[in-house]
Every structure is written in C-alpha cells, then in structure tokens.
Design a protein around this ligand. Structure first.
Ligand SMILES: Nc1ncnc2c1ncn2[C@@H]1O[C@H](COP(=O)(O)OP(=O)(O)OP(=O)(O)O)[C@@H](O)[C@H]1O
Length: 604
C-alpha cells in the first residue's frame, strides 16, 4: 500500500483491533514453542513477586507487634530485619534472572519469525515483487519484526510481571485489611477504561506511522539504488522534498500517538492514584475511630499503594508498544499469508532440455494479454535466437520458462512433462539464466559463481573457463578468493557478465536462457559470449534474447516476435531471404548503423 492509499484507506482502528486478536494469538505461538523456558520464566516471576510482597508484610509485623508496643527484643527484631533484607535481595535476583530469560525467549521468538518471514518471501511468485517496493519489504522484515520483539521484551514481560505483582499485592492487602484493599481495587476498572480509550484513539495513528516508516524506507532504497540516474537528471531536490514530505507525515503521525499516550496514560493513573490514596486515608481514619485499623497496616498499605500504582502505570504506558506491535504483527502476518509460488513435488530432473509451448495464454494483468495461443517446439540442444521490438514479449517468454508466473491457459512442457510438475530445485538446476543486469554479491569470485550451492572447486574453475574468465581470475592477486565490492565494482561490465555466465554454467544446466546478455557489453565481450555459446551449441538448449543480431546470427532458428505473436521463424539465412521480412529489415538497419559507427571511429 502506498502512502496515499494508506491515507485514503478507512480508519484501521476497528478493523485492526479485529485482526489484532488473531495476530496476538499468532505472536504468542512463537513463545509457546519453547515451553520449558516459558515455565522457568513464570516460576522466576512467581518467586520474585512472593519475595517482593513479603517485605512490607514483615515491616507491618515489626511496627504493630514491636515498635508500637514499645517492646524490642533483639533476636526477633534482628530476625525480621534480616528477613526483610534477604527477601528484597532475593526479589532483585529473581527479577534479574527473569528479565534475562524473558529477553532470551523474546529474541529467540523474533529470530524464528524473521527466519520464517524471509524464507516465505523467497518463495513468493515474481508477480508479488512486481508490485512490492524493496524498501517497504525490507521494513517489514526488519522494523516490523523488531516491533514484535518489543511486544515480547517490553510489553508481555512487563505486563506479565506487573499483573503477577498486582495479584501478589492485592492478596497481601486482603490479608491486612479487606476494606482498604477494596478501595485500592477501584483503580483497576478505571485503568482498563483508560487503556480502552487509548487504543481507540491511537489505533489509526499507529497504523499510519508504521506505513509511513516503511514508505520512508522504500523511498530511501529507491533513491540509493537509482542514485546515478537521480544525480544525472538533477532530481536531488525533488527527491529530498519527497523524502522530507514523508518524514513530516511520519513525524505528525508519531506525535499524534505520543500526544494521546502522554495525555491519557501516565497522568490519568497518577491522578486516580491520588484519589484512591485519599479514599484509603478516609477509610483508615474511620476504622481508627472504631479501633479496627492499626498504624502498621497503614504503613504497609501506603507502601503497597506505591507498588500498586507503579505496575498499573507501567502496564498502561506499555500499551503504546502493544498497539505498535499489533500493527507490525498484522503487517508481517499479511506477508506470511501471501500465497507461495507453486512448484511440483516429483524428483524428476531435466535430462534433455526439449521445450514446447502448447497454446499458451498469458498476461501480467487479466485485461492486457501478452501471449494468446502461443505454440512453439524447441528440440533439445537447439540454439534459438529471439528478437523483436521492445515490449514484444521476449523476456516474458523466458519468465514463463522459469515458472516465475503461472500461465493463464495452455501449458509449457520440458522433456514432454508439464513445467509445473518439476520441483523448484529441478528447475533451478536444469535451467540457467543470464540476465541483462548482472547481479553480483558482495563476496568473493568463488562465492559469486557458487551462489551457496557448495559446488566442487574444479566445477567452478571449469565454468569460469567456459565463460572465458579463467585468465582474468588468475591475473587477480587472490584468484577465486578475490573479494568483489558491492555490485561487483571491481570488475568491468563485460567481466561481470562473464561471471554471471560462469555462474549459470557451473550447475551444468540443460537449458540456458540469455536475456539481452550482450546489450551492455562491447564488441570484444560480445565475441567472448558468442564463443561461449558456440562451445555450448548442441550440448545445451540455448534460448538467447538479443537486440544485437550479431549475437544470434549463428542460431539454428531465430524467432521474431511482435506484440506477443510469433511472426517469423527460421535461420538467419532463411529469414534474410524474406523480401518484406522484419528480421531482414532489422538486420540491415543494424548493419548500416555499424558501418556508420566504424566510419566515425576511422575519422577519429
Ligand atoms: N512485470 C510486469 N508487469 C506488467 N506488465 C509487464 C511486466 N513485464 C512486462 N510487462 C508487459 O508485457 C509486455 C511484454 O514485455 P516483455 O518484457 O516481455 O517485452 P520484451 O520484448 O522483453 O521487451 P524489451 O525488449 O524492452 O525487454 C509489455 O507490454 C510489457 O509492458
């Protein structure tokens, strides 16, 4: 959803609250996973609370039974003092252990969520990524899961601790004086009311702020990756203004939530606790007159009241984190609900590499078909060139072969079996892709060819030789272990392309797809690619999409596409004989352009 959509969307308060319950349950399941740890945490929590509330009870005994009675025997009083010190020390120790364990549990849960979310995102169909903004997606996997961590560490831990503490305090109060306890208890429904009001008022603002934060990340990601274009077009000012605008919206949305929280949470509790305190003093005064209450009870009560309002205030304050975590959890949950790309489950692998399209219909959008009834047969080991004007469907042909998108009708078969029947591993192992933009990892040359497949080093070296890159690699100081900067900045454009060719060849695919692999390289590198293709000719099915017709001149068959239709098909020689042929016209045009280029070079 874009910012505009977020702003025009109906207020998410009710809706997100409805979804929130499911999200909360989902988030809790991550904690249940480690039950022994959960039990240990709860036990520590209980022990800490018991130790905590014992202190004031001991103090009450000291005041009423010894201090006010003017009777101070050494051993019982020393015993009470020691008991007081020990219980407070024990409370501190149990609390410390419990906080550590809770954080451990929370971080493990977040680790688990992040792992699952990323694994899921990697299985999503390409159609999802067509619409997703990189920065926004990154924001969901990092910031939103981080907000979920706050739910565990800062919300659940604090709320659970304080609820148990409250129960402990109320029990201790009831033991001392039931009437006074009932006055103190009045605070609870009022606090629940405050929390409810807070959630109602802040829900929309919290959802807005999370969406805006991910828009900020999206814009940043887009600007940084397109910095060269941005600077070349002098768009820095526009981009800065857009960024500033988003930040300003974000600031306002955050301030809205902070203002609501600041007005409602802490001040409301403080005010109410003063009223309750007055109520306690009144009831105590009345009981004193009737000779029911003791001074020690008042001391213990005042002590408990201090402890009673603190957890309530803590709980209410943490509700803004709860609100944020619920919205974040919902966003993560929605991402996890995205259907994965469908792959087959059989263990069949691609053996030969024969391809066929049988009456295939496909469109990225239902109202804009790219292919209608496209049929095509490609024998194993054939070298097929694909040409056509921009937008004619060349890359789409490759996308469908990679099962990046499901077809709308008809089917695509590899070695006579439907493409959708093959497992993801079989497809990735059997089909190699060399895209126009080489994608280079910030790792070593070895890592970049291997791509986590842990292939034997000899296989990597063979692939590098096939891509005519071995000599270049051997010339580098650390050879295959040479680290490439981010986006492979240490290599030239041509060398990056060769590296990607080596990567594709390393898995010994039966089908190799090249999508404009020679569009951005010089003639020399193009010849390297051509030589690599010639070496593979007959051994691997080659489907080469090329604007530069010289790259595919030697192909067995050239497919000419126009508006998703196959309009011409044949070898270079056959197509050149068609008097009105599109291929012939394109080839002549390119030859002419080449001649002009050479003449210009000569003049220089
Ligand atoms: N991800 C997408 N979402 C929606 N429409 C798309 C997408 N990719 C391509 N198209 C549309 O599908 C049609 C075919 O595009 P395709 O990329 O296959 O053409 P092409 O022949 O490879 O073009 P080029 O030579 O410019 O790379 C075009 O009309 C294009 O606008």
């Amino acid at each position: 959803m874009t910012t505009e959509e977020a702003q025009t969307a109906p207020p998410p308060t009710d809706h997100s609250r409805r979804r929130g319950k499911g999200t909360f349950g989902l988030l809790l399941t991550y904690v249940y996973r480690d039950k022994p740890l959960l039990i240990r945490v709860l036990l520590l929590l209980l022990l800490a609370t018991v130790a905590d509330v014992t202190g004031p009870l001991l103090a009450k005994v000291f005041i009423d039974d010894y201090l006010l009675a003017g009777h101070l025997p050494v051993w019982p009083v020393a015993g009470l003092a020691l008991g007081y010190i020990l219980t407070q020390l024990a409370a501190a120790w149990f609390r410390y252990r419990q906080t550590l364990r809770f954080t451990d549990m929370a971080l493990a849960a977040v680790l688990d969520i992040r792992k699952r979310v990323f694994a899921h995102v990697q299985q999503l169909p390409m159609a999802f990524f067509d619409k997703a903004m990189t920065g926004q997606l990154v924001s969901r996997i990092t910031n939103d899961t981080e907000a979920i961590k706050d739910l565990y560490v800062q919300f659940l831990s604090v709320v659970l601790t304080n609820v148990v503490l409250l129960v402990g305090i109320i029990t201790a109060m009831a033991l001392l004086n039931v009437q006074l306890m009932l006055v103190a208890l009045l605070l609870i429904p009022t606090v629940v009311g405050v929390i409810y009001l807070y959630q109602k008022l802040s829900g929309a603002a919290v959802a807005d702020s999370r969406q805006l934060r991910s828009d900020i990340n999206g814009t940043l990601g887009e600007s940084i990756s397109g910095m060269a274009v941005l600077q070349a077009c002098g768009l820095q000012q526009d981009s800065a203004e857009r960024f500033e605008r988003l930040n300003r919206h974000y600031y306002r949305a955050r301030m809205r939530t902070i203002n609501i929280g600041a007005a409602l949470l802490r001040p409301a509790i403080d005010l109410l606790s003063v009223l309750v305190l007055l109520g306690i003093l009144k009831v105590f005064g009345w009981q004193q007159v009737n000779g029911v209450a003791e001074v020690g009870v008042l001391y213990a009560f005042l002590n408990f009241m201090g402890r009673f309002t603190e957890p309530l205030a803590e709980i209410t304050q943490r509700f803004n984190l709860y609100q944020q975590a619920m919205v974040a959890g919902d966003r993560v949950h929605q991402l996890m609900q995205q259907p994965r790309q469908h792959y087959g489950k059989t263990s069949d692998t691609i053996h030969r590499g024969a391809l066929s399209f049988n009456r295939v219909d496909f469109g990225y959008r239902p109202d804009q078909p790219v292919f209608e009834q496209l049929s095509l047969d490609i024998p194993a080991g054939a070298f097929i060139g694909v040409v056509g004007h921009t937008g004619s469907g060349k890359s789409t042909l490759l996308n469908l072969l990679l099962n990046f998108y499901p077809v709308d009708a008809g089917d695509i078969c590899i070695d006579g079996r439907p493409l959708t029947g093959y497992s993801q591993d079989a497809l990735r192992q059997g089909i190699g892709l060399i895209p126009q933009e080489p994608f280079i990892l910030a790792g070593s040359i070895y890592d970049n060819i291997d791509m986590g497949r842990t292939l034997p080093r000899e296989q990597i070296a063979t692939a590098a030789r096939q891509a005519h890159l071995l000599e270049t690699i051997n010339g580098l100081e650390l050879g295959f272990d040479t680290l490439l900067g981010e986006r492979g900045s240490r290599l030239s454009t041509g060398q990056r392309q060769q590296l990607v060719i080596a990567r594709a060849l390393a898995a010994a695919p039966r089908i190799l797809l090249l999508d404009e692999a020679t569009a951005n390289v010089d003639s020399e590198t193009e010849q390297v690619v051509q030589r690599a293709l010639q070496a593979l000719h007959g051994k691997v099915t080659l489907i080469v999409v090329a604007h530069r017709l010289s790259t595919i001149k030697e192909a067995d068959r050239i497919l000419v596409m126009a508006h998703g239709d196959l309009v011409e098909s044949g070898s270079h020689r056959q197509l050149m004989t068609l008097p009105e042929g599109r291929y012939r016209a394109m080839y002549r045009l390119q030859q002419q352009a080449r001649r002009v280029e050479l003449a210009e070079q000569h003049d220089w």
